[in-house]
Design a protein around this ligand. Structure first.
Ligand code: COA
Length: 395
């Protein structure tokens, strides 16, 4: 088996049959192949690797160049996707070898972190990834927001076709990339595809001309559902304006299905709001995303919870293994190599879970991601307070 990096143009004859078989309904027709080939113009910056044997492509993996906010620092991120193996070549270790190569290569290209949506988290857990929250959906009837309907809010909401409102929508995602922990976006090459995506509305909320929120959505039918994607806001006023806009669909749609981050509490949005909030996880197809550090340097500059220092050893990972002193000064983390005896031994999922704020040190131990001596539990909790990331981008 040989691993080869291919161009976007080569993906149609190599990766497409694997992906179409793995993820689509099949057999596929010429139309699907042509659509895929046309889309490859948006994949020019993707790193695609394939495993070949006797000229036949047996497995493939890819990484989108993306950016992600981790505790206030925007890192280059490898968004892993297109992972598939020919059924006759499965369980021969091809994807493991491709993933190891891809992670090393993406780190060389400057990516400090990586994220993906797994088909089964334990598969990627062995490659160093750890789970972060899945988005939730809030389902409610618009009349539940009747208080908001009458509220006089200082701002306005305008509705566009997404193709027309795209620049403002995209500018808001770039602002949230700077401001929101976990938020990630594609590069410009891939982002361009979303402007052309299937028809969607976008509602844009403004206060004094400044965009404070946006949500894309579609309406399936009169008396049916208004299905909205991620509720993107810069704060409570943006949220209230967008919810008020959605509430105005009372007597037009029966229910609103809205995608929200794990930190949203819909039952607090209005007094008489009957709402179902769900975060369903199921294999394959409905998993929370996973993340990992590709480089220990990713910790430098992150916003720290408090001033402490601790020495840790990261084990079982080619990219991160070593002994490090992690400290905080004036609210910012610093990491440097050390020869000190470690007060904590962490796997890649363990240190990644702390960096992303999804587990505290005791949970790191109970999940089997490391051992932390008692004094280091307090130090690591203080350095890395829990803080749930919101990934946004779906890939
Ligand atoms: C999932 C898939 C990509 C795995 O590819 P593969 O080449 O068979 O994987 P590998 O042989 O490299 O397996 C790597 C490891 O995962 C384990 N593994 C493989 N399939 C697994 C599964 N379904 N569940 C749990 N573990 C699995 C292997 O035993 C191996 O473990 P080890 O490294 O400890 O020995 C392949 O089965 C496939 O194409 N499935 C359909 C598409 C899909 O689900 N893609 C993933 C999208 S995120």
């Amino acid at each position: 088996m040989e691993i080869r990096q291919i161009t976007a143009g080569e993906r149609t004859d190599t990766m497409f049959p694997l992906q179409a078989y793995a993820f689509g309904s099949s057999p596929w027709g010429d139309a699907e192949r042509e659509t895929y080939a046309r889309r490859m113009v948006y994949y020019r910056t993707v790193t695609s690797l394939i495993a070949e044997e006797d000229g036949q492509t047996l497995a493939g993996v890819a990484a989108f160049p993306m950016r992600q906010n981790v505790r206030g620092v925007v890192h280059d991120m490898a968004g892993v996707a297109s992972v598939s193996t020919h059924p006759s070549a499965r369980r021969r270790g091809f994807v493991r070898q491709l993933m190891v190569r891809l992670m090393g290569q993406m780190r060389e290209q400057g990516c400090a972190v990586s994220a993906l949506y797994p088909f089964r988290p334990s598969f990627y857990g062995r490659l160093g990834y750890v789970g972060v929250p899945r988005v939730r959906t809030a389902t409610f009837a618009p009349e539940g927001l009747s208080h908001l309907l009458r509220a006089d809010l200082p701002g306005e909401v305008e509705r566009f076709r997404l193709s027309e409102g795209f620049d403002e929508f995209n500018a808001l995602t770039l602002r949230l990339l700077r401001e929101r922990h976990g938020f990630s976006v594609y590069d410009e090459t891939r982002t361009a595809e979303f402007r052309e995506s299937p028809p969607l509305w976008v509602a844009i909320a403004r206060v004094d001309g400044e965009v404070v929120g946006a949500v894309t959505y579609r309406i399936d039918q009169y008396g049916g559902d208004l299905v909205a994607d991620d509720l993107l806001t810069t704060g409570p006023l943006g949220r209230a304006l967008l919810l008020q806009f959605l509430a105005r669909h009372v007597d037009q749609v029966t229910q609103i299905v809205l995608t929200i981050g794990s930190d949203e509490i819909p039952e607090l949005w209005d007094t008489d709001l009957a709402v179902r909030t769900e975060g369903r996880v199921q294999f394959p197809g409905k998993c929370g995303p996973m993340v990992r550090l590709l480089s220990i340097d990713a910790l430098n500059g992150l916003h720290a919870g408090a001033e402490r220092d601790v020495s840790v050893e990261v084990v079982d990972d080619e990219l991160l293994a070593g002994r490090y002193r992690i400290s905080a000064d004036a609210g910012t983390l610093t990491v440097e190599e050390t020869k000190d005896e470690p007060q904590a031994t962490l796997t890649c999922p363990g240190i990644s879970a702390l960096a992303y704020g999804v587990l505290d040190p005791v949970e790191v131990m109970t999940r089997g991601f490391g051992q932390v001596e008692t004094p280091a539990v307090e130090a690591l909790s203080a350095l890395f307070p829990k803080k749930m990331p919101y990934l946004f981008a779906d890939f």
